[in-house]
Design a protein around this ligand. Structure first.
Ligand code: CA
Ligand code: CA
Length: 592
């Protein structure tokens, strides 16, 4: 494929040829993205066709030309600006395929860019209504590729499929009522020809769900609500009530506006043929209004891709009272226990614990704290349930306008928020972007009102250490041991990438793309991109050269919800661009 690409472009040179080149790509080279391409994505280094570099989302690349020895020579080769007056948080992971980069920006925008030089091929901006209600900035985390389509979600809870060549819409579907608080920011994933999505809106009392659509047409295949009591659908027919019946783990009618938003999207493991989705906080935040476990909020769900049925669930925070959304990515990996191979999966929860589960059946294997000074639980018991500290649950208002306030660690923005961790197949370690902070939190009375915040709580986030909030941690999933820590002054809010070059890449709000030694945590490289980095890096190969790309643009939930921490980061400049790096030819050759 790459040889053919070289041949077809070799005769053309210079910027004038770009349009022609693209024409040739579309007729002679540009292959449609297939399920096989997506399943093989991690191994095929000349493209990145899925969120997470493969359906398991390990965010690991076998590329090693950029490595511990050469990374110091890494240089930017181009930067592309998203333009306009609209900036704010840029949390997107780019995709690259057949000479084209597809990257989403804030305010539901998406761009196709020439991978060689950063020249724009097309852009698409969703027309957003005035009343959108994104809780946590106007961000987007990325697109999906399938067939000749680019598919992404919008802030008014639409799913849009564009022609990959032209950027013209081919189909559009509604994921939820934006006036009730539904929105969409996650990158969709593709499983067996279906595009799989969740919804945002847990702060507005929406009902979470996972939906599967025919990726080529957008037609709904199945829908699975994530709150006990709601009916699912398969091919237009009723497909069982989630959890069997309503109200088993919820009081009264509270399940009807139960939250459990599936706002971070999912992963898929072809080995056990299960889709893994996390679910957010139960609504409202005030836990005294809903005694019970409140299934299936703050959980990881394993869903059968053929039927939409929940095969197993594991709840990280039953009866959550701290906004500990359980959405974080569940990443499949195998490890050896003696002679036995354990089919495991790991997740780093907002509640401060790093969990290893059996991914075949959801059985709890172990959990360890990955941040310091957790207050709400003493640990996780052998049965997988938290060992609560009852006095650290914010108090019941009990007829008053404010319940007793507590200081809780982690803060509700989480020991880890949306930003995805990476798993290195070489070191066997997970690299977790975490934050160490706390909050004053108290409960208040609340009633549901469509389109209004449904919290019943107040809060102020505060730092707990002088020198840092962000902490990138290398964790051994077999023991729970933390191998190294990189401390960052500002909260970390970007995803991580591990490579066979022995490197771990991530960014920080101070603006840097950074590379660390995967074994020691030593920082080997940094480059300032001009605005905060709160996105997920990728690496790819073109004509035998390794490239690294990352989106830059400060924003996200911290400046909006960060309390005292928001004040500390208020002077960081906004932006909106994607940067691409590679080694000078001499440095790349020297490493061979
Ligand atoms: Ca690939
Ligand atoms: Ca939440």
């Amino acid at each position: 494929m790459r040889d053919k690409f070289k041949k077809s472009t070799g005769v053309l040179a210079g910027a004038v040829a770009t349009a022609l080149t693209m024409g040739m790509l579309s007729t002679t080279v540009a292959a449609k993205v297939t399920d096989k391409d997506i399943l093989n994505d991690q191994k095929t280094t000349n493209d990145v066709v899925s969120y997470g570099l493969g359906p398991r989302a390990q965010r690991y690349s076998p590329l090693d030309t950029v490595n511990k020895d050469t990374v110091t020579s890494l240089q930017p080769v181009w930067a592309f600006s998203f333009g306009g007056e609209k900036q704010r948080g840029q949390e997107s992971q780019p995709l690259v395929k057949d000479g084209v980069m597809y990257v989403t920006g804030s305010y539901s925008r998406i761009y196709a860019v020439d991978m060689r030089n950063g020249e724009e091929l097309w852009q698409y901006e969703a027309r957003l209504p005035d009343g959108i209600m994104p809780c946590c900035d106007v961000i987007n985390r990325g697109a999906a590729l399938y067939d000749d389509l680019v598919i992404f979600g919008t802030l008014d809870a639409k799913l849009v499929a564009l022609d990959a060549k032209t950027g013209k819409p081919r189909w559009k579907k509604t994921l939820g009522d934006y006036q009730a608080g539904y929105s969409n920011t996650a990158a969709p994933i593709i499983v067996k020809g279906m595009v799989i999505t969740g919804v945002s809106g847990g702060e507005f009392g929406i009902v979470g769900k996972v939906e599967a659509r025919d990726a080529k047409t957008g037609e709904l295949v199945w829908m699975r609500p994530t709150v006990e009591g709601h009916m699912g659908y398969l091919n237009g027919e009723e497909n069982g009530i989630t959890g069997g019946e309503a109200g088993k783990t919820w009081p009264g009618d509270m399940w009807k506006m139960g939250g459990a938003a599936t706002w971070l999207g999912g992963t898929y493991d072809p080995d056990v043929d299960l889709i893994f989705f996390g679910t957010g906080n139960p609504a409202p935040w005030n836990s005294h209004l809903r005694p019970g476990d409140n299934l299936f909020s703050a959980s990881r769900l394993a869903i059968d891709p053929d039927t939409g049925k929940i095969v197993w669930h594991y709840q990280t925070t039953p009866n959550d009272g701290w906004d500990f959304d359980g959405v974080n990515e569940l990443i499949a990996f195998d490890y050896k226990d003696g002679r036995k191979t354990v089919k495991a999966a790991a997740t780093a929860d907002r509640n401060g614990f790093f969990y290893v589960l059996n991914r075949e059946n959801g059985d709890f294997i172990r959990a360890v704290p990955f941040v310091e000074n957790i207050t709400w639980a003493k640990g996780i018991g052998d049965d997988g349930r938290p060992l609560w500290v009852p006095e650290n649950r914010p108090g019941n208002p009990d007829g008053k306008d404010k319940g007793e306030s507590v200081f809780a660690i982690p803060a509700f923005l989480g020991a880890k928020n949306w930003m995805p961790m990476a798993y290195s197949q070489d070191t066997g370690l997970f690299y977790v972007p975490s934050n160490e902070w706390g909050m004053d939190i108290w409960n208040e009375p609340i009633n549901y009102k469509k389109g209004a915040a449904y919290l019943g709580a107040g809060f102020t986030i505060k730092p707990i250490f002088e020198d840092h909030i962000g902490a990138l941690k290398a964790i051994d999933p077999k023991t729970g041991e933390i191998k190294w820590v990189y401390k960052n002054k500002a909260p970390l809010w970007g995803g991580v990438l591990a490579t066979a070059g022995g490197l771990v890449f991530t960014g920080n709000p101070e603006g840097y793309l950074m590379a660390f030694d995967a074994e020691t945590g030593e920082m080997l490289y940094k480059f300032n991109t001009g605005s905060g980095v709160v996105s997920s890096p990728i690496t790819w190969e073109m004509d035998g050269e390794q490239y690294v790309s990352i989106v830059s643009g400060w924003g996200g939930a911290v400046p909006l919800w960060g309390g005292d921490v928001a004040k500390e980061v208020k002077n960081f400049n906004q932006g909106g661009s994607v940067w691409t790096f590679k080694l000078p030819k001499s440095a790349a050759m020297a490493s061979r």
